[in-house]
Design a protein around this ligand. Structure first.
Ligand SMILES: C[S@@+](CC[C@H](N)C(=O)[O-])C[C@H]1O[C@@H](n2cnc3c(N)ncnc32)[C@H](O)[C@@H]1O
Ligand SMILES: [Zn+2]
Length: 283
């Protein structure tokens, strides 16, 4: 257990509140974070804070999915998505901004935003322990905290400038509560054309529900209004090993047989990447 607080966690400590008594701050104390009443949360050896205690979250990527995601993202095949996310964030805020990436995974997109905003600090939330290990190393200004998006966030009111949500579950009421009135929510999600070639070859792959956009609008609308939407669509070339990773990093991995992924010639070498990225302002 580290004796000192990881620097990125120290940078974001004032944002955090005790999950059990939400008005109280957390303070570092012998490898843990403690509230004045005595609730205590471990700081993992890998540098993230484990605020999620009690009942286990029902969702979150397993180690194999996170490894596949890490390998796949490091090929740069999704770099254009990262660029657009970072640009939308940089257009909305400047200076000492606070960025929270919900369902941050390996922290790939959060690191992209922090690179664009040299004075900003970042905090990634995820339920997956393996993802948090990577997220805690993703950027020197990015802290990582184990948290379930469907529970009230262990964060103070109105302290966040950008909430980033890339291919991850959402909690509009909590996004609204933690954002400043001038802040922005940035949501990146797939269109129906995303990875169409993969879906064509692997019928077991989870499809994008056509009603998803309406559902997104319905759930966000009471809290947020869209400011700008960018469509990112391109053809990505997938050399040999990338296509199996692209499947293995999605929830589809649970429905697709490993053997099918390794079958030569089954997976396409080119796929359509198609996402929408919207910046919303709080109502
Ligand atoms: C499709 S991945 C996207 C990860 C990352 N944003 C990216 O695009 O690389 C979804 C992420 O949400 C996380 N997740 C799933 N359920 C969650 C929950 N209830 N609370 C927080 N994170 C969750 C998963 O562990 C996973 O890292
Ligand atoms: Zn407490």
């Amino acid at each position: 257990m580290p004796m000192s607080l990881p620097p990125a966690l120290e940078l974001s400590l004032d944002l955090l509140r005790c999950p059990t008594c939400p008005t109280r701050h957390l303070h570092p104390d012998r490898g843990a974070l403690r509230c004045p009443v005595g609730h205590s949360f471990d700081i993992a050896r890998h540098g993230y804070a484990g605020l999620l205690t009690g009942t286990r979250a029902t969702s979150g990527d397993d180690a194999a999915m996170v490894r596949a995601r890490d390998r796949f993202l490091s090929t740069g095949a999704y770099a254009p998505i990262r660029t657009v996310g970072a640009r939308l964030a940089a257009d909305a805020v400047s200076g000492q901004a606070t960025v929270v990436d919900v369902g941050c995974g390996t922290g790939y997109y959060l690191a992209g935003v922090l690179d664009q905003l040299p004075c900003a600090r970042g905090l990634g939330l995820d339920t997956s322990v393996r993802a948090l290990r990577s997220a805690a190393r993703a950027h020197e200004r990015a802290a990582a905290v184990a948290w379930d998006v469907f529970r009230p966030f262990p964060l103070a009111d109105g302290v966040v400038d950008v909430v980033l949500d890339v291919f991850a579950p959402r909690n509009p009421a909590e996004f609204h509560r933690v954002l400043r009135p001038t802040g922005r929510l940035i949501v990146v999600r797939p269109t129906g054309r995303h990875l169409a070639e993969l879906r064509g070859r692997l019928p077991a792959m989870v499809t994008v529900d056509p009603a998803k956009e309406q559902r997104l609008h319905r759930t966000l609308n009471p809290f947020f209004e869209p400011v700008v939407t960018e469509q990112v669509e391109y053809c990505a070339t997938l050399p040999g090993l990338d296509a199996p990773d692209l499947v293995a990093m999605t929830p589809s991995a649970r429905h697709v047989h490993r053997a099918d992924l390794n079958d030569d010639g089954l997976l396409p070498t080119q796929v359509t990447v198609s996402v929408l990225a919207t910046a919303y302002r709080p109502r």
